[in-house]
Structure formats: C-alpha cells, structure tokens
Design a protein around this ligand. Sequence first.
Ligand SMILES: CC(=O)Nc1cc[nH]c(=O)n1
Length: 108
Amino acid sequence: MSLTAITFFERFEADILSGKKTLTIRDDTEKDFLPGSIVQVSTYEQNRWFCVLKIESVEAILFSDLSDIHAKQENMTLSALKNVIKEIYPSISHLYVISYKLIKEKVL
Ligand SMILES: CC(=O)Nc1cc[nH]c(=O)n1
C-alpha cells in the first residue's frame, strides 16, 4: 500500500510553498510513495495541513552520494543538507530522494 500523506518540519513550509524546495530525503520507513500520486502535506510539529504535492519520483541514494544538485533542490548548501540529514537520520546511509511538485497551497 503506498503512502498518501507526509509531514515536514515547520521550518521547511515556506520553501515548499514558494517552490524553492522540490525534494525530500527520507529513510526506508517513508519510501513507499507512488510516482504520480497525490499526497497531503502537514507539519510534523502540529499536524497542520498546508499543501498538496504530486510525487514525481522516488530514488534510492547513499548518504555519501548526496550532491550539490540535491542540495539546490532542497534550497540548501550541500554541507547544510548533510547536517540536516545526519541530525534526522543518524547513522543511516541508505536513503531515498523523493521529488515532488506543488499542486495546491493553503489559502490564507
Ligand atoms: C518530519 C520530517 O522527517 N521531515 C523531513 C525529513 C527529511 N527531509 C525533509 O525535508 N523533511
């Protein structure tokens, strides 16, 4: 069964809504998104819905293969991205790059 919802830390919300952050890197507990599927997005902290994404692709990657291309799509430097991922997933080397498109934003 594929996943239909995802959470992001609140600090990433503005970058997602502005289209500056177009991918997320997750561990194997959050890899089962179907390309082409629609996913509801909420904040991790408050479970507050804030947008809808369409999954473009899900690709396995090793932590050591993260590059400037991934960092740019996360709207970060590569060293900032590696620090964020190490903090969220300490000592996990097998990860998944999930790319997405913003479909619907929250209306303020
Ligand atoms: C809640 C959560 O795990 N959020 C993450 C994790 C990795 N990348 C990301 O953009 N957001």
